[in-house]
Design a protein around this ligand. Sequence first.
Ligand SMILES: [Zn+2]
Length: 407
Amino acid sequence: MKILRDREFLISREDEIKRGETTDIYFLRTEKILKETGKIDTNVKMEISSGSLPHGFQWAVLAGAPEVINLFKGMDMDLYLLREGTIFKPKDDEGYRSPIGYLVGRYGVFGKYETPLLGLLCQASGIATYSAHVRLVAWGKVLLSFGARRMHPAITPLIDYAAYIAGFDGVSAVLSADILGLEPQGTMPHALILILGDQVEAWKAFDKYVEKNVRRIALIDTLYDEKVEAIMAAEALKDHLFGVRIDTPKSRRGDIKEIIREIRWELDIRGYKNVKIIVSGGVSLDNIADMIEAGADGFGVGTSVSNAPTIDYALDIVEIEGRPIAKRGKLSGMKQLYRCRECYRYQVTPYSDKERSCPSCGGTMEPLIIKVLDKGEPTVDFRDPDQTRSYVLSQLEKIRELGWKDV
Ligand SMILES: [Zn+2]
């Protein structure tokens, strides 16, 4: 008997995903019936959209487009999507549901891919959306993705990619950093201090043996009080010390704001004003603003990002053989999502790829949905993470300027 089909790890292989084998069975049954009834080649347009957002968010970041393009590449169909990293609202400023993209072609070509398509977009967009909200709250602070350990290692690169394009500065996992073209970022684990048996010895050993271009960030909560160890670290490494990290366990936390305040005070009064305070462990949108106010300079963000709630997209038929049609609750026909370059007003209209002017401010509204696959051939390349990150950051700058309130 093959236990778990002899798999060492319970993950789908890339070729299995490409063949649509992770699909839900009802799509295969639909395929069979459509074949039997001669309807498998029916021409359809299917619309991707999202309903409400998790966490009370008012806007989201589309992520996962490069993988979706790879999923459908080579198939006889057209694919339309928002550009990777586009910030959208689930409804436009008049209350119409925003389209995210379209699958256009014969239903039999792509019908069964609904399951993997949504999975690719929902998870990546969920992580990118949460990360972008963290970026906005922690504007100007250092943000590192530390969440690899909370999720299946098969998706470590995905988690770190989504956090990075949403504005995080670095990632801790080695493979993710390699894929993203970054240097992995990290400090030191409690294990190092406990095995060497003395925190000062551990910090000094780190300084002695680790490459010189790596920032010296001392972990200061292993044995003594955080502010005591902060002073010890500053005195031991002097100007080699870039920062101190606290990762205080819940049972010892009390008021984390007060701990950060004390560390800042005690370092400053001794002339170590340039030593940064980095916080990890339990950092989320619920507490990050308070910690910044208390004096934290940077964060390692783990679970809240890697386990971010998904953006629940749906896929619906909006046209059959050129005739507009939709199920209850959805609008028929292919649409465009416009955004004003000046005031970020969003407007849903029947599909067009032309610019138009903004009804609010008269500025130029640009069409956000673009054709990304033409008869299976890619017409764009969204794979550069730095380009996508710059695009997300430029939109976040605009949101700051416009003063959008959200979290
Ligand atoms: Zn405008």
